[in-house]
Structure formats: C-alpha cells, structure tokens
Design a protein around this ligand. Structure first.
Ligand code: COA
Length: 689
C-alpha cells in the first residue's frame, strides 16, 4: 500500500487545474500572530513575545532562512503544508480516536418496528454506498464549487477518493494513512459488518455481479443469525481500536503474531467500510443521547466494541433507530463526509427500498465470521481498553441544542455573515461562562488549492473581546449604539480573518511549516516556538466548526483539550443546531451552562440588532459597506481573490452543485442551483471542506 502521508500528490480529483497553496510573507504572519495573541497574554508575557518575534523576523535571522526553505518546498511539492499538517493534526496525536478525534453524523431517529426493519435500512444504505462507489470509481463526481465567502471557485476533490479506500494504521509513535492500491484487476470488494462485537465479511460482488438490495438483506439476515450463536462468539477485538494509538499499535503487534489474526486484520483493513448493526441501548433517545452513542458506542457494555475506529467510514444502524456515521478524520473533512452522507440519505429517500417480496432462499455463500486467536495478553489488553473507553463514556458531557428563535436568514438581513455572527456568539458564550477570552479554532477550508485541507480562523479577535466585554459589563453599561458598533467591528474582523484563511494566507499552517522545516533541517527549535505565548495560542479551548447540512442530521465531536469545548454548528434558514461537548472531569466546564450562555447571547444579539436597526435599514446598509470597504482596501492577497458581489451572485446561479438521484433516474446528474432555491440550494458544498 502506498503511504499517503508521504506522497499524496496523485491527482484524483481535477486538482491539477487548481493553484498551489500560497506561502504568506513572513512579516505578515508575524504581525498577525502578535495581534492574535496580545489580548490573550499578560503585558509581561506579550512584551517578551514581541521581542522574540522581532528577533525571529529580523533581516538575516532564522525566520528568513526558514522562509526561504519553505519557498523551495513550495516549488517542489504539490502542497507545501500537507504532510506537516496531516502529521501534526492527526497522525502524531496519540489520543484515542472516539470522542477525541473522530467526528460523527447523527441521522434522524428511525422508527424500526421490528428487527428486520433495521436490516432493511442497512441493506438500502449499503446499496447507496455501492452506487456512490461506482461514481467514485468512474471519477464521475461533479467538481464542488465554493459557496459563501468568495464563492465560485472550484474545489479540490481529492478527499472524496479516500472515503472508501484508506485506513489509519496505528504506529508506536505516529500513525500512517494508507491507501488501497488500485490495480488493473480490481479485487472483489467487501464490507465488514459488525454485529454483537463480531466481524463478518460481506462480499458485495459475487460471481462478477454486484449484490442487489434483496441479496444484501438476505446476507445481513444470515449475519444477524450467526452473530446470535453464543458458542461461536469471540472476544470484542474492536475495543482495542478505541484505545490510545500507541496502546492499539502495541496490541495490534501482539495480534499479528497469529496468522489467523493477520488474515482478519487484513480483511478489515481492505474493506470498503463498516456497517455496525448495533443492539438497542435504552428507552430515551434524545438528540444528545444519540450523539453520545454515536461518539463512543456507549462503552463495552453497549456497542463500544461493535466498531473499528481506524476505518474512515463506519455506518451505524441501531436496532432502536439510533443511526449515523462515525468517521476517522485524517482522510477527509466533515464537509466531504456530509456530501457523501447526504447523497446516501437522498438516495434512500429517492429510491424506495426494492424489497417488495420477502427474500427467497438464496444460493449466495454465507458471509464469513472473522476469527481471532486471543492469548491471555490480548485478553488483558482488551480489559484495559474497555476500562479506558468506559472512562471516556463517563467523561463526555454532551449537549445538542436546536436553537429555534432565528437562523441564517435573520443574520443575512442584518447584512452580516452568518458564520461570523455565530462565531462572535460563541465568544460571548465563553466569556459569559468563564469571564476571559481563550484561543479559539475554527476550521476554514483551503480546498481552493491543490490538496488543500484546512487552516485555522482565530476567532478570539480583539474586536470580539471588546464586544463581549461590552455585553457583559453589567452596571457600567455601554449604550446600545456603541454595542452595535462593536458587534459590527467584531463581525468585520471575523469576516476578514475568514477571507485570509480561505485564501491560504492565515498564520497557523505557516507557523507550523516554519517550525517543522526547522526540525527537518535539524536547526534548534527557534525561541518563538518555545515561548509560552506559542503554547497558549495553540491551546484551543474552544474548538469550533461549521458543518451545514441540507438533510435533517447533525455533526458533533469532542473537545480537543481536557478543559475545552467542542462546538459544532449547523446553520439553517430559521434555526441553528449546536452540538456542544466538554469533559465532566474538568471542574471548569459544563456543556449545559455553555449552551445556556450561548442562547442568552444569541437572544441579546438579536435584540441589539432589532433595537439598532428598527425604523431604518440604514445601519444594516452601513454594515454591508463596512465589510466591502474592508475587503477592497486590504493588501494584495485580498484584492487578487476578491470578487464583486455581482460576480458572486452570477457564480452562485450557474454552478453545478447537486448530486441528486430520483427514483426514475438511473444516473446521477449534476444539477444547477440558484441562490434562490432556499433550503434545497444547500446541497451546496460551499466553501466548507
Ligand atoms: N450579508 C448578507 N449575506 C451574507 C453576508 C453579508 N454581509 N456575508 C455572507 N453572507 C451570506 C453568504 O453569501 C452565504 O450565502 P449562501 O447561504 O447563499 O451561500 C451565507 O451568508 C453564508 O456565508 P457565511 O456565513 O459568511 O459563511 P461561509 O458559507 O462563507 O462559510 C466558513 C465560512 C469559514 C465556515 C467556510 O468558508 C469554510 O471554510 N467551511 C469549512 C468548514 C469545515 O471545514 N468544516 C468541517 C470541519 S471537519
């Protein structure tokens, strides 16, 4: 298998036509860095940092040397930051994948009346996966185009081609993202079905024929019966994949000593995806409960062992109707996951289940149960993994909140960017809860560039801090007009940073590149990366992400720090879904409190807008102008990529965005969307990665 993290540059999605990721000027990055950290540090810390940064950026200094090396790297690579970023963001991270790394999509609650209903659902879903895989194999996915800010440019499609072909192999120090080799004679494809912690090989091509939905159901029924045979049940090996990455790497080495285990691991590593047929877990299935079950499976006592976390796509179909997808994140971003999942759900809605008759007795060979030989050492490791997963289960404090008071449309009417507005609301929520600002991460897609993944929008701007202080300063109250000005300032700063990030000019990837190239060159770690400010600025206590959907479902993930919050949001026209997570073990955090402050902040912000805009729309108009002036007068990188609003509208109206399969269409069509198509337009991929 070729190693993707070393050589990812094969063009799999029209990426050849895309520009290379730019390299920002050193001076610009250092200036932005100082601006981003100043209000998060004490005066003393900041003064020290300022000196260190000055020295780093001095003419003839180490910064210039590293920058020139990065420039060379940019010449020689399709994407100068890709390997560095992949290792830093994912493969070097030793934390367990569930909760800490793997995001999930939670489907609407399904109403299965009998066990066969959940198997039918699974067969229908697998059928959709096979259709989608056919599109991928034929390279027939239409190219995505950016929506939202700076809409209209084509996006890199490479991530899609990793959905069903990659595998995250655990390593003692670093994991490896491996890809299945495409060969002239493709191997017969299979899916792994997990049921009662047992793993079964479901061949989806038998005698050169792809199984239809009825065949798939027949095979799933056989699997469900086989999984029930108690005397054949094997230990829940999947639990090992929920452990820390180093622990799992060691356990895998122990497993590999037996040829039976090697064969089973090989089958799992080469499968298209997993389908996890989960047992029912309990009566109460609120959004929050389903989110938690999707994130960790409920621990070893529930469905925690019915998973294989290394595989990018695990479709969960619970007997109680709790369904969704668990995704290993290193291969692609949530936006690609959403696009694929929406295709599947739309396929399922659009093509009614083709199971009119009961499945007949079939000639198909029975699916094969994967065998494991477990030494006492493996049993011990399994017990330890189960304990750790249980701790994670107890620790996760999740709160899914559907905010129904307003959504994107209200915000757009204020002539504000909905994303920037929600980010400012998250800053306000954190400040209300904790009385201080914290370093914040918001993922920004850089798929406009070859092999582009994401960079960071540092949403804790000084302007946001001024606004949240004004909104929470009680007695010494600032007047509404001033608060409104501050809100506009905060939104403008956020929007500006967003544009910086999506045009490849943000600072996080650049600083990472400078640090890593110094390491490659065996230069002593520059002071700027040892400085306390660097540590503080990279402790993302608020880890946020917009993951919009057009089908009823939502995304969630855990915090990235023990005292942090994960905050994922899904803005809809008239409501917003928030998934907030934190850890119970932290005495500082509470997801319920955070949500309470968030709701209060969103209501306060709406009241403020209404008060200040009532009677005239002039203020809102002014806001639009403020944003435009900003973007048009900024430095070269902005003017190069900036489009007029007329261009924006034009592009939005003509670009093919939608993959839609209706019952009577046998092929997938690229549909043209217009921005006036309301909710339906949202089959967009937007500038979300
Ligand atoms: N007035 C009126 N409308 C405005 C506006 C303003 N001042 N500013 C923006 N809008 C409109 C946009 O035109 C857009 O309209 P559309 O819904 O018709 O497309 C809409 O509001 C949304 O724009 P905005 O809220 O500014 O956000 P965005 O869609 O540009 O998204 C990011 C911003 C940063 C979220 C996006 O660029 C991105 O990078 N997404 C990827 C996130 C990601 O990777 N998530 C997964 C992580 S695993």
């Amino acid at each position: 298998m070729p190693v993707l993290d070393q050589e990812p540059s094969k063009d799999l999605g029209g990426g050849d036509g895309l520009p290379k990721l730019p390299l920002p000027a050193l001076k610009d990055t250092l200036e932005v860095y100082l601006r981003c950290v100043k209000h998060l540090l004490t005066e003393e810390q900041f003064n020290k940092t300022q000196n260190i940064v000055k020295q780093f950026g001095a003419p003839g200094g180490v910064g210039e040397l590293l920058q020139s090396k990065l420039m060379e790297r940019r010449q020689n690579k399709a994407n100068w930051v890709y390997d560095y970023w992949l290792n830093d963001m994912y493969l070097n991270n030793r934390l367990a994948l569930p909760v800490n790394s793997s995001p999930v999509m939670v489907f609407p609650q399904q109403n299965f009346k009998a066990p066969i209903d959940s198997l039918r659902f699974a067969a229908h879903l697998i059928s959709g996966v096979l259709e989608y895989k056919t599109l991928l194999d034929a390279h027939a996915l239409p190219v995505d185009y950016a929506r939202g800010q700076l809409a209209g440019t084509p996006l890199c499609m490479e991530q899609y081609y990793r959905l069903f072909t990659s595998y995250r192999l655990p390593g003692p120090e670093r994991d490896t993202l491996v890809a299945q080799e495409s060969s002239v004679m493709p191997e017969p494809e299979h899916i792994i079905v997990a049921c009662k912690n047992q793993f079964f090989v479901l061949d989806v091509v038998i005698n050169f024929r792809r199984l239809n939905e009825r065949d798939l159901l027949t095979q799933l029924e056989k699997i469900a019966r086989m999984a029930d045979i108690e005397e054949e049940q094997l230990p829940p090996i999947g639990l090992l994949t929920s452990d820390g990455r180093t622990e799992w790497a060691e356990a895998r080495s122990a497993l590999m000593r037996e040829s039976t285990n090697r064969d089973s691991l090989d089958m799992i590593e080469r499968c298209l995806c997993l389908v996890c047929l989960d047992d029912a877990t309990g009566p109460e299935l609120s959004d929050t409960t389903r989110a938690m079950l999707m994130l960790h499976g409920g621990g070893a006592a529930k469905n925690g062992g019915n998973r294989w976390y290394d595989k990018p796509m695990q479709f969960v179909v619970g007997a109680d109707g709790c369904c969704g997808v668990v995704c290993e994140h290193s291969a692609f971003e949530g936006i690609v996951l959403v696009q694929c999942t929406e295709y599947l759900l739309k396929y399922m809605i659009g093509s009614p289940s083709k199971l009119v008759r009961a499945a007949s007795v079939s000639e198909l060979p029975a699916p094969r149960r994967l065998r494991w030989k477990c030494t006492p050492e493996i049993h011990k490791l399994l017990a330890s993994s189960a304990d750790k997963l249980q701790r994670l289960v107890k620790n996760l404090d999740m709160n899914v909140h559907k905010f129904y008071d307003y959504g994107k449309e209200f915000i757009k009417k204020q002539k504000m960017s909905p994303d920037a507005y929600i980010q400012v609301a998250l800053q306000l929520a954190y400040y209300r809860c904790h009385g201080r600002p914290v370093s914040t991460y918001e993922s920004a897609s850089i798929r406009r560039f070859k092999e582009g993944r994401v960079d960071n929008i540092r949403s804790a701007t000084p302007e946001a801090l001024a606004f949240v202080k004004a909104m929470t300063n009680g007695e010494q109250s600032t007047c509404d007009k001033e608060k409104m000005e501050m809100l506009r300032g905060a939104i403008s700063a956020q929007t500006k940073y967003t544009i910086l990030a999506i045009t490849g000019m943000a600072i996080d990837n650049h600083l990472l590149g400078l640090r890593e190239i110094a390491h490659d060159l065996k230069i002593e770690k520059p002071e700027i990366f040892k400085d306390e400010a660097h540590l503080i600025s990279n402790q993302f206590i608020l880890s946020t992400s917009q993951v919009p959907t057009t089908v009823e479902m939502f995304c969630c993930y855990g915090p990235v720090l023990p005292n942090g919050y994960g905050a994922c949001y899904n803005p809809q026209s008239n409501h917003i879904i928030f998934s907030v997570s934190s850890f119970r073990e932290s005495p500082e955090t509470s997801s319920a409190e955070f949500v309470k402050c968030l709701v209060q902040g969103l209501l306060d912000m709406r009241d403020l807008c209404n008060k200040c805009n009532s009677g005239s729309n002039a203020a809102a108009q002014r806001q639009g102008q403020t944003l435009e002036t900003h973007t048009q007068t900024d430095t070269n990188w902005q003017s190069k990529t900036l489009q007029t609003s007329a261009d924006l509208t034009k592009n939005q109206q003509t670009l093919p965005q939608v993959l839609l399969k209706t019952p009577d269409q046998t092929k997938v069509e690229a549909q043209t969307q217009t921005s006036s198509q309301g909710e339906a337009q949202a089959l967009k991929n937007g500038s979300k990665s």
